[in-house]
Design a protein. Structure first.
Lengths: 190, 670
């Protein structure tokens, strides 16, 4: 089970992890931005074209240095998982879970930080300035940004990550229950 | 089958995790349930009945819509949205022969030579006492600075004037309340004067570039256009304008941008100032100064072209000078009002008291009070000067600001109940608000990205509170697709209730910019049905078949021809030689409504032409091959239209074929 989880993590290298959808009356088909482990994809050029009026930075892969080491990090996490599976030590499983949770939390925080910077750090020479307005995309869920409705949700990779975390937590939980039962049985015997 | 206990556990676990994940997935996607999935909007049940004009019935309004880059003007019926006609204005039209016939070619003459196209933006109706009078409609040529006058008796372009000392006529052709003047403000400032003064580096913009706004006078009887006077202005960009009315009659308001005087990357560099200007011009006073001789004649060569209805021929007049007034020297004819931010539309409400500036980059819509403007001028309440012109204090002339109206406000039209309708390009909607209280009352999406909007009579003293029409910049998925280039799109909304209501989408030609709509009853009684043949003073008219003839003048051959159902006279012409230039002067002898004839000849490098009943028009033709060349009527005129044809024999250059022409008499048979 742990091995399957660890291998599933590798899928994250190839599928989008997160997506941001933008809807406006004049974009009936919607615009979207996908975040992969190593790059942005989707309508980045259209979004950039729109955002330059309000002075937002151009979305490009270079603005997210994490793209350089994120794939490596995922491989490392996956290898750690495989080691844990092979070794079969409970403590390793625990460490794996903690590492993965920390990774998830860090990823969310990092995305928030990027979004904050992206939405607040506006070019002072922008053509359109709306007083008190910032354009930080939502971390998860819905937000109105001027004429756009923005939705931020996990994509395939995000779901896999959640799944893996759930699975590991489950395994750990069962292992712990096993352990406590064994302890209880041992107690009964004595 | 025995499954080990820990395996069972694993299966249960996987199931649980999958269930958990799907629950989470569902939850997040339920959040998405509120996403709009389609642009098909709710149109209420009776919308169809409101726009249905049953066969044989008439629309209630004429809608004159600019053709944009087509250079022409579209005429639609409302509420049906049916295209009735496309009036040739600035662009050649091979269908009617406009710009191809010898008579119409002078209409498109300018100091740049013959310009067979333009970029036509803003139709504006002629006014009497601040209301539509149904007589003329004007439209500007944005590219080669021109203004055209279209006669609504004939739906024909009657006058075109070129604007000197202008580099693009966008801020035009807005009309004063009794059509005393129509204005023309330059979109681009440029260096003016002698060759040496004009040949300057572009980065010397701030020192060398200047603007002008011109006041064009249409002669009330003839519709002939002339430039009454021109006002010098700082080197900024003029965008749109509207005339004062009622209390503000005598004033004209122009929106201005690029007060930064940027000359490159204007997208950024002309968008830096928090406020640009609306320029208020006291044209009554300017007119008086012009009459008192306080202006100066300056070089300003320009064409004034006029269609003579008696000769059915255009006449070009060339003027070398223009009368200019210097507002800095005169002191009290021009004032600037600060207006946030790069104002586009500049619109005056029906009472004439309020002026709305739509700063296309601004997050609010300022409304100025004419009474306060007068007080500020009287009290010299100036916050400074711009190139020697007083700048009124913003707060002193402000009636108030519409807060959070929407994004990208462009233009405002009005109803008679004190409401304003502003188009929002960025947020793609029309926003209705109260002019007095500045309160936003309603908003409705447009599909997509509205530019101009029109309420019938919505920029006059007497709006007709029935519809607002959106002229959109983006069409996308609203119609059957037609490749990369889609139809242009307009939308009709009802404004009869408190809430605006979408009734109809209708496609338009060219790119629609501004438009005017006016009750059909104002125009219908004026319609000319045909031209009286006895009033035709064309030099080559044939007032009957007996007057037809063919004349040679060197290598020029003039054919005086007539058309009547269903033959050409003459229909056989011989003696034309290679190298000749043949002019067919065709008179349509019909004297009834809706019997135009067409005339076309094989392989003409020129065009065909339509000749209205009682009219004479001339098509030029240079033969390209020896042989017999057919000619025929192109406008299906009768049961024997197909038989309305003839032949021209073309002989080699220098041949001695005798010049002769005839239509066989009935008795002679074939």
């Amino acid at each position: 089970m742990i091995a399957v989880s660890a291998l599933a993590l590798l899928v994250l290298l190839f599928v989008p992890i997160w997506r941001i959808d933008l809807m406006a009356p004049q974009y009936p088909e919607g615009l979207y931005l996908q975040i992969y482990a190593d790059r942005f994809a989707g309508d980045t050029e259209k979004i950039n074209g729109l955002n330059h009026y309000i002075g937002m930075a151009h979305i490009k892969n270079e603005m997210f240095p994490e793209f350089k080491f994120l794939p490596k990090l995922i491989v490392v996490l996956s290898v750690l998982g495989l080691v844990a599976a092979a070794w079969g030590k409970r403590i390793l499983l625990f460490l794996g879970l903690v590492t993965l949770s920390l990774f998830g939390a860090w990823a969310l925080y990092d995305m928030y930080k990027w979004g904050y910077d992206y939405g607040h750090n506006l070019d002072p020479k922008a053509a359109i300035k709306v007083e008190g307005m910032a354009y930080q995309p939502p971390l998860i869920g819905h937000k109105q940004l001027l004429n756009f409705d923005a939705w931020s949700t996990p994509d395939v990779g995000g779901w896999i990550l959640f799944g893996v975390m759930g699975l590991l937590a489950g395994v750990y939980f069962l292992e712990l229950r096993d352990l406590s039962r064994k302890l209880a049985m041992n107690r009964d015997r004595t | 089958m025995h499954i080990p206990a820990n395996m069972k556990r694993s299966i249960k676990l996987t199931g649980a995790v999958l269930a958990g994940a799907s629950a989470l997935f569902l939850t997040v996607n339920m959040l998405n349930g509120c996403r709009p999935t389609t642009t098909v909007t709710a149109v209420t049940g009776d919308a169809a009945a409101k726009v249905y004009v049953k066969p044989g019935s008439y629309d209630e309004f004429y809608n004159f819509v600019s053709g944009g880059f087509s250079g022409q003007m579209g005429v639609y019926g409302l509420p049906s949205g049916r295209l009735l006609r496309e009036i040739p204005v600035f662009s050649q039209d091979p269908e009617s022969g406009w710009g191809y016939t010898e008579e119409s070619k002078p209409m498109l003459m300018t100091t740049h030579g013959f310009i067979p196209w333009d970029d036509a933006h803003h139709p504006e109706m002629s006014l009497t006492d601040g209301s539509h009078d149904g007589r003329w409609v004007f439209i500007n040529g944005n590219n080669t600075p021109r203004v055209a006058l279209i006669d609504l008796g004939t739906f024909k372009t009657k006058s075109i004037i070129e604007i000197p000392n202008s580099a693009g006529n966008h801020s035009s052709p807005f009309t004063t309340p009794n059509t005393e003047y129509i204005v023309a403000g330059t979109r681009f400032s440029i260096p003016m004067g002698s060759d040496a003064e004009r040949d300057v580096p572009v980065d010397s913009y701030k020192d060398t570039f200047k603007g002008t706004v011109s006041f064009i006078h249409p002669e009330p009887e003839s519709g002939r256009l002339s430039i009454a006077f021109q006002i010098k202005a700082p080197g900024i960009d003029f965008d749109l304008a509207h005339s004062g009315k009622g209390p503000s009659d005598g004033w004209m308001f122009f929106s201005c941008y690029n007060t930064e005087k940027a000359h490159s990357l204007k997208e950024v560099n002309a968008s830096q100032n928090d406020k640009d200007f609306i320029m208020a011009v006291n044209w009554r006073k300017a007119e008086q100064y012009a009459k008192e001789g306080r202006g100066m004649k300056v070089p300003g060569r320009h064409y004034s072209n006029w269609w003579n209805e008696e000769t059915h021929t255009a006449e070009s007049t060339i003027h070398d000078e223009v009368l200019q007034l210097d507002p800095v020297e005169l002191g009290d004819i021009v004032y600037f009002m600060p207006c946030p931010k790069s104002p586009h539309g500049c619109d005056v409400n029906p009472t004439g008291e309020f002026i709305v500036g739509s700063g296309k980059l601004a997050a609010l819509v300022p409304v100025f009070s004419f009474a306060k403007i007068q007080d500020a001028i009287a009290g010299k309440d100036f916050e400074g000067e711009y190139d020697g012109i007083p700048v009124l204090t913003y707060e002193s002339v402000l009636h108030g600001e519409v807060k959070k109206p929407g994004l990208g406000p462009l233009h405002t039209e009005f109803d008679s109940k004190g409401n304003a309708y502003t188009s929002m390009f960025v947020s793609s909607e029309i926003v209705k608000w109260n002019v007095q209280t500045l309160e936003v009352l309603d908003r409705i999406p447009t599909y997509y990205s509205i530019g101009h909007l029109t309420v019938p009579g919505g920029d006059t003293k007497t709006p007709y509170d029935k519809y607002v029409i959106a002229y959109n910049k983006i069409t996308k998925d609203r119609y059957l697709p037609t490749g990369p280039e889609l139809t242009q799109s307009a939308q009709l909304y009802s404004i009869e209730g408190d809430k605006m209501e979408l009734l109809l989408d209708f496609p338009t030609t060219g790119e629609p910019h501004y438009a005017q709509a006016t009750p059909a009853d104002l125009i219908r009684p004026r319609e000319v049905k045909f031209y009286k043949i006895e009033e035709n003073h064309h030099p080559h008219v044939s007032k009957g078949e007996k007057e037809t003839k063919v004349e040679r003048k060197g290598n020029e051959v003039h054919v005086k021809m007539t058309t009547i159902r269903s033959h050409l006279t003459p229909d056989v012409i011989e003696g034309i030689r290679m190298g000749d230039v043949v002019y067919f002067h065709v008179t349509n002898l019909e004297q009834d409504w809706d019997v135009p004839h067409g005339f076309a000849i094989k392989g003409n490098n020129n065009a065909e032409m339509l000749i209205m009943p009682g009219e004479t028009q001339t098509l030029r033709w240079e033969p390209t091959h020896v042989g017999v060349v057919p000619m025929y009527c192109t406008d299906f005129c009768s049961a024997l239209h197909q038989e309305m044809q003839g032949y021209v024999r073309v002989s080699p250059a220098g041949s001695s074929t005798e010049l002769k022409w005839y239509t066989a008499s009935v008795d002679a048979g074939s």
